[in-house]
Design a protein around this ligand. Structure first.
Ligand code: NAI
Length: 563
């Protein structure tokens, strides 16, 4: 199988934002592109906008002047649909309406040759439904680009029930020839990205709704601990709440009201108010001169300048000497701090260090950072109280001034303090990389003494973390979001929507996630992700947080998504 032959014409129908972008990437790749739109001025505008974009690239030295002239010369206007008769591939990017798309493709079938591939850029309509009724339904395939097309590297190649596999492969290879990361997907609601990304927004809304922190703080944690380019609220403000809410509703409805996809009442209120985000001057945040912030709890003083909450640095000075833990039980490690520095204790169980039990390499990189900050480590024996508290040993990642400090496992700190019969319990959230993360989020149990809590804050500040306290919600922010992203990705793979590799590429290239959700589950440990989800389900119910059967299967086989 090979990409569409370079000599064959590419037609783009609909010359709005997406059509123009698609024409641009095809022209750069050397294809002759003919654009059509029911509004003739849209075609002229698209071609002149693309030429202007090329000329800018030449001015910046990122495109050769000769190549620029040649690419512009490859862009042609079609005056009537009949002008695309010799196309080898037609990409449709008209209005998002099933009847309009069906009507267009029915008309095109009377114009183009039988071997011409018909592709739709729909983002939410079933490719199967668009292709139904065509004379040659096997040649209709989804070719889903992301906005702005020249910058976004992903193209989902979406097969409907009737799509010919050879057609999908030709479109896949063609997208690759146009410089895109192509992934195959089965036509199901949201395809890959628009489905798998739902928990990123949904968990954000839930955290805000339950007052884990204000929006600016949650955004900062997701960015600076989670490594996401933008937090959920600033991203939704950018996308537009009308658009984001409509996609959520469309996926929810398409899955017959599956509670996992339930839209947010808070976001609906933003839409009701016309607080649509940046474009409206006001969304979760306010921009420019707009008055007060749109969502209760999201407020911050400076327009467009989210001010997140941070634990104050003086907490570092409050750190006290670590308590000597009781001796007995399995061996554990105790970190003897240099004078005047906060102390760090890590535990050893019979299975190895406790950090291996709570996220392996992730927690080890946190320990390495603490060590690099001059916090010495010595070894002690893990007290009996932390052993066999539940089905597993619940060994803290470390122990500081009496506080047992754990990576969140989906229980609240308060619950965990009770389960382990240890009041001074502090949790830390997942980070993409504890070695380099600017920020770390922590939560304290309701029973935790301020002295013990302050010591933990001081310890983390001594290792140069900006420390943010989230209210004590199950699963915290990054862990809860990543666990749900991985759960959704696992479901999509389990249902044959896409491969594990495609799921991860799609989320990295389509929405710029710092790591694919399944690779992230591998890094945290499938066992831990399943535990987080199970504990979330215990708090919030099985409907939304039920564990994907594929995650359970990987857990049982001790497998990974990527070897
Ligand atoms: P747009 O509104 O910017 O452009 C659509 C163009 O199609 C308009 O110029 C309109 O005059 C033209 N048009 C409408 N009906 C037509 C017909 N029957 N024949 C020829 N031209 C017709 O819309 P946009 O944003 O470019 O979206 C186009 C398609 O791409 C939609 O299906 C949308 O869901 C999909 N899409 C949009 C994304 C986005 O972020 N805007 C992302 C991915 C997919």
């Amino acid at each position: 199988m090979a990409a569409l032959h370079i000599d064959r014409l590419v037609a783009v129908i609909g010359s709005g934002a997406m059509g123009a972008g698609i024409a641009q990437v095809a022209a750069v790749a050397g294809y002759t592109v003919r654009l059509y739109d029911t509004r003739a001025d849209a075609v002229a505008k698209a071609i002149s906008d693309i030429a202007a974009a090329f000329n800018k690239l030449v001015a910046k030295g990122r495109m050769d002047a000769v190549d620029c002239a040649a690419a512009i010369a490859r862009l042609q206007a079609a005056v009537t649909p009949a002008d695309v008769a010799d196309a080898g591939l037609v990409v449709e990017a008209i209005v998002e309406n099933l009847e309009a798309k069906r009507g267009l493709f029915a008309q095109l079938e009377t114009i183009v040759a039988d071997d011409c591939i018909l592709a739709t850029n729909t983002s939410s309509i079933s490719v199967t439904a668009i292709g139904a009724g065509l004379r040659v339904p096997g040649r209709l395939v989804g070719m889903h680009f992301f906005n702005p097309v020249p910058l976004m590297a992903l193209c989902e190649v979406v097969s409907g029930l009737a799509t010919d596999a050879a057609v999908a492969q030709t479109v896949y290879d063609t997208a690759a020839a146009w410089g895109k990361n192509a992934v195959h997907a089965k036509s199901t609601p949201g395809f890959i990205v628009n489905r798998l990304a739902r928990p990123f927004y949904a968990e954000g809304w839930r955290l805000l709704n339950e007052q884990a922190a204000d929006a600016a703080t949650i955004d900062a944690v997701m960015r600076e601990a989670g490594g996401f380019r933008m937090g959920p609220f600033e991203l939704m403000d950018l996308i537009g709440h009308d658009v984001n809410f409509a996609v959520t509703q469309s996926v929810f409805n398409a899955y017959f009201g599956d509670p996992r996809f339930t839209p947010s009442v808070q976001q609906q209120e933003l839409v009701n108010a016309g607080f649509l985000g940046r474009k409206a001057g006001r969304g979760v945040y306010r921009y420019g001169d707009a008055p007060a912030a749109g969502v209760s709890g999201a407020g911050h003083a400076d327009a467009g300048q989210p001010a997140e909450k941070v634990e104050k640095a003086e907490k570092a000075e409050k750190a006290e000497k670590a308590e000597t833990p009781p001796v007995g039980g399995a061996a554990w490690a105790f970190c003897e701090a240099p004078q005047a520095k906060p102390e760090y204790v890590s535990y050893t169980t019979e299975q190895g260090t406790a950090s291996q039990a709570v996220g392996g390499a992730l927690a080890d990189s946190l320990a390495a950072r603490l060590r690099a900050a001059g916090i010495a480590i010595s070894h002690r024996t893990m007290p009996e109280t932390f052993r066999h508290a539940g089905p597993h040993d619940d060994a803290p990642a470390f122990h500081c001034n009496g506080a047992a400090v754990y990576l969140t496992d989906g229980r609240s700190a308060t619950q965990r303090a009770r389960d382990n019969n240890h009041q001074d319990t502090v949790l830390f959230d997942l980070a993409l990389d504890y070695g380099s993360a600017r920020r770390i989020a922590i939560a304290r149990s309701d029973q935790c003494s301020m002295a013990a809590y302050d010591a933990v804050v001081g310890l983390l500040q001594a290792a140069s973390f900006v420390v943010t306290r989230l209210d004590d919600l199950p699963g915290m922010a990054v862990m809860r979001t990543v666990a749900m992203l991985a759960n959704e990705a696992a479901d999509a793979v389990n249902q044959g929507v896409c491969s594990a590799a495609a799921a991860d590429i799609a989320m990295q290239k389509g929405v710029n996630y710092p790591r694919g959700p399944l690779a992230w589950a591998d890094a945290v440990g499938i066992e831990h992700i399943v535990r987080v989800l199970g504990n979330l389900a215990a708090s919030y119910g099985e409907e939304r947080y039920r564990v994907s059967p594929l995650l359970r299967r990987k857990q049982a086989s001790e497998g990974r998504f990527h070897e």
